[in-house]
Design a protein around this ligand. Structure first.
Ligand code: GLA
Length: 392
């Protein structure tokens, strides 16, 4: 088990036992893509792929960070929270920096080892899991008394300020508020949520990883956000009460189509339609209407491909080959885009054969097999009970 590997690595590296072990899950998102930073709704869930942290306090001011999966190490003093040339370390230092700027007292140094099985750059929010888990760990180690929402905001700001991605709050929120077998219907403006049951009996959630690593920081994600803001600015000059694309109707967008560029129009059209899809999909979920839900997932993919333009040929291929597969009700690319995974709703009895046929088709087209993961919906960040020593 991965968490045991991290604990063992911690012991080897620091020659002591951890006093705190934290699990921070990655996430899936059923529907509602690129709507979080437009203050809309999303439907994510935490899953059974996670980043694990083991920590112990030190009596001095030294912070020692050990990235087990990379076998890399970084140290500094608690009063010098500076960006590192190691990008993985910046996710952790960024969280400490946000906490300290918010008034938290990091009173002494610590040793930390971390690693996990959330695939990197796969749209499952490995970086948000690292940031959320780090915030959760600091909260425990230094008795900061921050609630989960405050930790989600800290993690989001770390991503903005230290990783340079102006992400929404969905990923961190899901990692922190996840609940076993529940989807999180999150209102990204109110920052409140309702838990929905995954009503589709006999359906497995399966991800196919294209193996194409996205790099959201690579400007495209931030560019999409700016394009949405450009659309909002034009509409604000005509209507009062518009704060974000959530407040804009398709009719308003059409009326002012000629005042915005074709690109900005497409981006805004996608986001406004996606908010509508999100609501239709949650109704379909509540009614256990799998066919309707799946259809909406395909609509979302088409919008991400053609209007938001964040898909890639590998993702499109993986979605397209499911369209004729009777065992698959819905499929779409998931997360920020430009690579990563598709999310698929597959009849449980047909999971093995669907994985086999899709993998073979992908191999024939691209010369490599996609990874696939059947995921379970789990609780969010938590402290793990210290495992009995004799089991380690
Ligand atoms: C990334 C971001 C999220 C969200 C998704 C797209 O995962 O981190 O905030 O915007 O892309 O829905």
């Amino acid at each position: 088990m991965k968490e045991i590997e991290i604990i063992e690595a911690f012991k080897d590296k620091f020659e002591t036992s951890p006093e705190l072990n934290i699990k921070a899950p990655g996430r899936i998102n059923l529907i509602g893509e690129h709507t979080d930073y437009n203050m809309g709704f999303v439907l994510p869930a935490a899953v059974n792929k996670a980043i694990y942290f083991s920590l112990s306090s030190r009596s001095d001011n030294q912070v020692n960070l050990y990235a087990v999966d990379l076998n890399e190490y970084h140290s500094f003093r608690i009063n010098t929270l500076e960006k590192s040339d190691k990008s993985w370390a910046n996710f952790l230092i960024g969280v400490m920096n946000e906490l300290v700027s918010g008034g938290a007292h990091i009173t002494h140094g610590f040793n930390l080892a971390f690693g996990g099985d959330v695939p990197l750059g796969a749209g499952m929010s490995s970086s948000a899991a690292v940031e959320s888990g780090m915030g959760y760990a600091m909260n425990e180690l230094f008795d900061l008394n921050l609630d989960r929402l405050a930790l989600a905001k800290v993690a989001q700001m770390a991503e903005h300020n230290f990783a340079g991605v102006r992400c929404g709050i969905m990923d961190m929120y899901a990692s922190l508020f996840g609940k076993e077998n529940k989807l999180i219907k999150l209102d990204c403006r109110a920052l409140t949520h309702e838990y929905l049951d995954f009503e589709f009996e006999n359906v497995a959630i399966v991800l196919f990883n294209t193996g194409v690593k996205h790099n959201l920081a690579d400007t495209e994600y931030n560019k999409r956000r700016e394009e949405c803001e450009a659309g909002v600015a034009v509409l604000q000059s005509h209507y009062s009460g518009i704060e974000s694309l959530r407040d804009v109707s398709l009719a308003q967008l059409e009326t002012h189509k000629n005042e915005i560029s074709g690109t900005v129009y497409k981006r805004c059209h996608f986001v406004i339609s996606e908010t509508d899809r999100m609501h239709r999909a949650s109704e379909a979920l509540k009614n256990a209407d799998l066919a309707a839900f799946g259809e909406i997932m395909y609509e979302t993919h088409d919008g991400l491909q053609n209007e938001y333009e964040v898909s890639c040929k590998e993702l499109d291929f993986l979605v397209d080959i499911t369209r004729e597969n009777k065992a698959i009700s819905g499929s779409r690319m998931m997360g920020g885009g430009f690579g990563g995974c598709t999310i698929n709703l597959i009849n449980k009895e047909a999971v093995a054969e669907s994985i086999e046929s899709i993998s073979q088709a992908y191999f024939s087209e691209f010369g490599r097999l996609p990874e696939s993961y059947e995921v379970e919906i789990t609780d969010g960040c938590s402290e793990m009970a210290i495992l009995e020593k004799d089991k380690l």
